[in-house]
Design a protein around this ligand. Structure first.
Ligand SMILES: Cc1cc2nc3c(=O)[nH]c(=O)nc-3n(C[C@H](O)[C@H](O)[C@H](O)COP(=O)(O)OP(=O)(O)OC[C@H]3O[C@@H](n4cnc5c(N)ncnc54)[C@H](O)[C@@H]3O)c2cc1C
Length: 394
């Protein structure tokens, strides 16, 4: 065994961020061990839409990172037979201001992104479920890839073990880290490098550091509809105008202010709940729909059916589906960066220990993690250092 293969790394957390770190470290020759407190991954990474969503990030390094991540997703899906679809995304316009934003977006991204506008007849060809009444047109982007997160996140650990020899310790919470050691209760494990990818658990490892960071938790309500009757196909991931107000990729368009002003009058109640609506179909024909956004360090464990209703009502103004039978509803919580300065948190908690969290500001972990992890491991993205944590007695 060569010397480089004997370098070791421990990753805490088997959500998409931890799994992506494990892959990048293994690719770089590390012997990797992953710990997760649960028997399998049940955090934000299995609760999302499963959209690999380049349209949600601005041009430049984040867009390149999203495309690199998509490449890795494809490689993994091809190698394991995990379902994925290059569905693309479609945002339907029912107002002149939405149509103006779309046309400006396409012009600004000419030669950069594969996006174009469609007239109503073309929209119906791509996405037959889109409501035709009052339709101005749509923005089609062919960048987006869809996986079913429940299947994909379940298959990833097996792939990492088989392909790279990554070892998993499930049902083992890491309760303390002090380089080169991590403890799970009284059991101690050592590694050259340690990465903490604990998602919304800010309280167990380095709590005093998390208290100093501009970070909170965002709760999102989601629903899944039963499989649509065949042969109906949703086609691309379908969104309404509220989505353009949400994603920074649209913020530089001249008409965004006008569109936002109108939306904030027309949909004040939805905007107050952070609702912007998307629908993505999986390989079984089921459609995942959401979502709302609520911020705070502690969230009610209960879902509000009034929020679910508002999500469905708004979506019905954009989509006419053969079946609206709800199969499941749930919420997910991700770590949300709050200062608007960072697009991720990569922080050296102490020499040899790096925290990786808040990807894409929080809500784009599926889209960016694989690319980000490679940049962290190859040193393109340097971890920030923060003032050292001083041990205090209370
Ligand atoms: C409803 C919803 C929809 C979303 N839609 C999308 C989307 O379509 N596209 C997209 O790109 N992103 C989406 N996101 C964002 C994406 O899901 C997150 O950015 C991503 O899942 C965060 O991954 P993570 O690994 O940090 O967190 P998690 O998946 O929560 O994983 C953290 C893991 O760490 C473990 N852990 C924590 N502390 C410890 C410890 N001390 N010891 C051992 N284990 C520990 C936990 O058990 C958990 O398994 C969505 C998020 C939500 C909630």
């Amino acid at each position: 065994m060569s010397k480089s293969q004997t370098r070791t790394a421990i990753v805490v957390g088997a959500g998409i961020v931890g799994l992506a770190m494990a892959r990048a470290l293994a690719e770089a020759g590390y012997k990797v061990t992953v710990f997760d407190r649960h028997e399998r991954s049940v955090g934000a990474s299995v609760r999302n839409f499963g959209t690999i969503w380049p349209i949600g990030v601005p041009n430049g390094p984040l867009y390149a990172r999203a495309l690199r991540s998509r490449e890795v997703w494809r490689e993994f899906c091809d190698a394991t037979g995990t379902w994925s679809a290059p569905s693309g995304s479609l945002i339907a316009a029912y107002h002149d201001d939405e149509w103006a934003v779309m046309n400006e977006y396409v012009a600004m991204n000419e030669g950069i992104r594969p996006s174009r506008t469609l007239d109503p007849a073309q929209v119906r060809q791509h996405a037959p479920g889109v409501v035709a009444n009052g339709l101005r047109g749509a923005l089609l982007s062919t960048d987006e890839l869809v996986v079913d997160p429940r299947e994909a996140i379940r298959n990833l650990p097996a792939w990492l073990s088989e392909r790279y020899g990554v070892e998993f310790h499930w049902r083992q919470a890491v309760t303390r880290v002090e380089h080169p050691w991590v403890w799970s209760g009284r059991r101690r494990y050592g590694a050259d490098l340690i990465y903490v990818a604990g998602g919304t658990d800010f309280e167990t490892l380095y709590p005093e550091l998390f208290e100093r960071l501009a970070i909170t938790k965002c709760k999102l309500q989601m629903l899944r509809l039963e499989a649509q009757p065949t042969p109906f196909q949703l086609g691309p991931v379908v969104c309404g105008g509220l989505t353009m107000a949400h994603y920074s990729g649209f913020h530089a368009t001249p008409s965004i202010g006008r569109m936002r002003e109108r939306l904030s009058e027309q949909y004040a109640d939805l905007i107050a709940l952070g609702i912007h609506v998307m629908a993505a179909q999986n390989g079984l024909g089921e459609i995942t729909i959401g979502d709302s956004h609520e911020y705070g360090h502690t969230h009610e464990p209960f879902n509000e059916s009034s929020i679910n209703r508002k999500i469905v009502d708004y979506l019905r103004s954009v989509l006419d589906l053969p079946s609206w039978n709800v199969k499941q509803s749930w919420h997910g919580i991700y770590a949300k960066l709050t200062d608007g300065k960072r697009s991720e948190l990569v922080i050296e908690a102490e020499p040899g220990v790096t925290i990786v969290n808040g990807i894409g500001g929080g809500g784009l972990g599926m889209t960016l993690s694989f690319g980000l992890a490679e940049e962290v491991v190859n040193g393109t993205l340097q971890a920030e250092t923060v003032a050292p944590i001083v041990a205090t007695a209370h």
